[in-house]
Ligand binder design. Structure first.
Ligand code: SAM
Length: 268
């Protein structure tokens, strides 16, 4: 995992950059701030290595000429169109029952944002310090948006490894209705449909993969299924459409989409 990273910013955002630097240092990441004249597309193209940047839209990750942040505001049109009936993820997570939900692999938080906008209380757990800080920033920005504020009031963020977090819940005899898992999957094994995803999603996934360990060293999250089944009535796993089962475990039920599927494990 990245433990030292450059952060580009302009003079106007230097103080903001310093506050991200302090937060990230507490989370074990050494941030070297570089104040530059103009943080624009040309600069990003000329500086293709992975770095952070801070500008008027807050904290972003940049690499290969691209800039990425969870950008929950961009999700608003999708959230407005979504319904319990139309969304496969909502059926898989049994949202009509208004469950307490734990998303143990938060990432950019997009799936949980959708679940929260459809009424669920969601706790998101993310272990990567930079991704977690990006999530926190998105949540803070969403609190100032009239539509998103009501949605993110149902979102709670936890910075932790989910293996540890789930073990803690087991030790404390805490139970939850649904645990949602979407662990990383080696990029080359994603099926063709996934490659056809809209450009924005592809760009975000590319940057996410740069930040996380290489394929082969990647923790594929098999152990999370076993822990999750100990405390949840239902565990839902998102997989690329043709991917192997998590932990090689046959689910009780599946929902198949074009690009991905949801495998559900019921605790009876
Ligand atoms: C494919 S992404 C999840 C994408 C997410 N569903 C979304 O909608 O944006 C997987 C994320 O899970 C996180 N992750 C994987 N294993 C984890 C663990 N044991 N504890 C916490 N986070 C974990 C990774 O750091 C990564 O950010």
């Amino acid at each position: 995992m990245v433990s030292e990273i450059r952060l580009f910013t302009e003079t106007a955002f230097f103080e903001k950059a310093q506050s991200y630097q302090s937060v990230l240092s507490l989370r074990g990441v050494l941030v070297n701030i570089e104040v530059i004249e103009k943080l624009n597309a040309r600069f990003l193209r000329l500086n293709p290595e992975i770095a952070l940047c801070v500008d008027e839209s807050g904290l972003s990750l940049c690499a290969n000429g691209m800039k990425m942040q969870p950008d929950w505001k961009a999700e608003i049109p999708r959230l407005k169109r979504a319904s319990l009936k139309s969304e496969m993820i909502a059926r898989a997570c049994n949202l009509s029952e208004k469950p307490q939900l734990l998303d143990a692999t938060a990432g950019l938080g997009h799936d949980s944002l959708l679940l929260a906008s459809l009424g669920a209380e969601v706790t998101l757990v993310e272990r990567h310090p930079i991704l977690f800080t990006l999530l926190e920033d998105s949540k803070a920005q969403a609190e100032n948006d009239p539509f998103l504020a009501k949605v993110v009031a149902r979102i709670h963020l936890v910075f932790s490894d989910s293996g540890d977090y789930l073990q803690q819940q087991i030790d404390q005899n805490n139970h939850v209705d649904v645990i949602y898992l979407d662990p990383m999957f080696p990029q080359r094994d994603q099926n063709q449909q996934a490659v056809k995803k809209q450009a924005q999603v592809k760009k975000q996934m590319q940057l996410l993969h740069l930040l996380l360990p290489e394929d082969g060293e990647m923790d594929l999250g098999d152990h999370l299924l076993v822990l999750a089944q100990d405390i949840a009535k239902r565990v839902v796993v998102k997989r690329p459409r043709l991917a192997v089962f998590l932990n090689d475990q046959q689910p009780n039920h599946q929902w198949q989409g074009d690009a991905c599927r949801f495998d559900a494990y019921f605790n009876v």
